[in-house]
Ligand binder design. Structure first.
Ligand code: SF4
Ligand code: SF4
Length: 509
């Protein structure tokens, strides 16, 4: 550890050290899981507008074919993981905090795995920045660390703000997960290659890959792959949760604080996940879109913990069956890690692009127990990486004053769960915050909708008044024209009569 890292470690005041449980899977190489009999592909697997289907039920599709296209600036395409028939487009259970069903395509594989014609690129480093971003967008790549922000949109941030550094997050600080660790150990060249391509698209001169110190094999593999590329450096990160969250990573690796409510690009830094980098390299070199991903299957209840490469759309039930089923009672199924992952209502939900793990946790692992009253110990404030006062925010939310919690920084909360993890009273603090943020977002959406309805109503009234006014003016104009025409006709008739009188010859007596 260098002097710079020692100082940076010394300065760290936040975070927790949950039991990692990494050894359950960290020595298990990523294996490919066979295709299941049915794939359910949600249209919203990313942050932004859901994709729009471009195929119809009954249609045969090929592997890699675009099934749904992006809508608007922030969105992402969905592609077929194999050839088969579209059985349905409708609402199906999806991994979402609301637990509600959402629109998805159902694909029944035909076993032929027949691909579309891909366009590989032998030297993607010769591509222009815009072309790299275009191909990443065409490949439907989103942040694979769980954020699921469309990767191409993030690559365009360099146009708005000068970006000097690309940070790759190889922290994987969530307990149980080891698929990023395995990706770095098994595909370090792809990680470094993808990072260099993304840096080219961003116009960034430097790439820093941060990897937690508890992954020495990954650090060694990526360092070896980066040798010969002086713009790429590897930095070891302290083992601390949530080291991998964007603002903490930027602060630790660059010493620069991202302002509250701001983006890291505003301080010249863009952060991507190591798995995303490896995928960008694969998509650009092969021309094949994102249709599969690596994930960790773990938890004490699963018979055979594993790291798998699965087709997106595979159900959690199929994955658990592939891993030998469960051998103990499952208290909780989680998609992602136990700290920030999503509690699943059951196993009939598909893996999506952002799914980094499927956990089957026993009651001992899930913890829980009933909450007691806050003892004002302030431990939650001590571990919060953002420097918030969780107990005070929770008190305001409990009192139905979510707006007042915003004054304490509720919107800056990254939902890391460190406060709840450390709370001796077992108060589910981060659940309060995600609930309050969800209600505030819903209220904001409803306010915007009402405003938009008001604007539309006002515009309609104005249009109706304008049309009535224009109609009255047109009627008045027509009446005036009719009267003028009548007047002109009368004048013409009078003129003709006078003329006739002048033309009658005068007979002398
Ligand atoms: S308040 Fe939010 S950011 Fe702070 S520890 Fe709790 S969940 Fe994490
Ligand atoms: S850690 Fe729990 S008990 Fe202590 S102040 Fe925070 S909410 Fe209260």
């Amino acid at each position: 550890m260098g002097f710079r890292d020692l100082i940076a470690d010394f300065k760290l005041q936040w975070g927790v050290h949950p039991d990692g449980h990494k050894s359950l899977t960290s020595e298990r190489p990523i294996e490919s899981m066979p295709l299941p009999e049915r794939l359910v592909l949600p249209l919203a697997q990313h942050i932004g507008a859901p994709a729009r289907p471009v195929v119809a039920p009954g249609e045969r599709v090929l592997r890699g074919q675009r099934l749904a296209e992006p809508v608007g600036m922030v969105s992402s395409a969905v592609h077929a993981p194999t050839s088969g028939r579209i059985a349905d487009i409708g609402d199906y259970p999806v991994p979402h905090p609301s637990g509600l069903a959402a629109a998805a395509l159902v694909l029944l594989p035909d076993g032929l795995d027949e691909p579309v014609a891909f366009e590989p690129c032998e030297d993607p480093h010769s591509l222009e920045a815009d072309e790299i971003a275009r191909r990443v967008a065409a490949g439907g790549v989103v942040g694979l660390g769980g954020a699921t922000f469309p990767a191409a949109v993030k690559l365009g941030l360099g146009k708005r703000n000068p970006v000097h550094t690309l940070l790759l997050n190889g922290g994987e600080c969530e307990p149980y997960l080891s698929c990023d660790d395995r990706t770095m150990r098994e595909r370090p060249q792809a990680v470094v290659d993808g990072a260099r391509l993304m840096a080219r698209a961003l116009g960034a001169q430097a790439v820093v890959i941060g990897i937690e110190r508890n992954k020495p094999a990954a650090i060694a593999a990526v360092q070896l792959a980066a040798s010969g590329h002086p713009e790429v450096s590897v930095r070891a990160l302290p083992v601390r949760y949530p080291m991998g969250s964007e603002k903490q990573l930027v602060a630790y690796l660059t010493g620069v604080e991202v302002p509250a409510g701001g983006l890291s690009a505003e301080v010249g830094v863009v952060v991507h996940n190591v798995g995303t980098a490896a995928e960008v390299s694969r998509v650009l070199r092969t021309g094949e879109p994102l249709t599969h991903r690596a994930l960790t299957v773990s938890g004490a209840a699963i018979s055979r913990p594993a790291n798998l490469r699965v087709a997106i759309g595979t159900s959690v039930a199929d994955i658990i069956a592939h891993c030998g089923g469960v051998r103990r009672d499952v208290a909780r199924y989680v998609m992602g890690g136990p700290m920030m992952g999503m509690l699943l209502p059951g196993t009939d939900v598909p893996v999506v692009k952002g799914s980094s793990g499927v956990l089957s946790l026993t009651s001992e692992e899930a913890g829980g127990g009933s909450a007691s009253a806050c003892i004002r110990c302030a431990r939650c404030a001590g571990v919060c990486p953002i420097g918030l006062q969780p107990f005070e925010m929770a008190a305001r939310i409990r009192a139905g004053r979510a707006e007042a919690a915003v004054d304490l920084g509720l919107k800056d909360c990254i939902g890391c769960g460190s406060c709840a993890y450390t709370c001796p009273a077992k108060i589910p603090l981060s659940h309060y915050f995600s609930y309050a943020k969800g209600s505030l977002a819903a209220a904001e959406r409803s306010r915007l909708k009402n405003e938009s309805i008001k604007k539309l109503t006002a515009a309609r009234s104005e249009r109706l008044a304008r049309e009535a006014r224009e109609k009255a003016e047109a009627a008045a104009r027509r009446k005036a024209e009719r009267e003028a025409a009548k007047r002109r006709a009368a004048e013409a008739a009078a003129g003709e009569a006078a003329e006739e009188r002048r033309e009658v010859p005068q007979v002398s007596a």
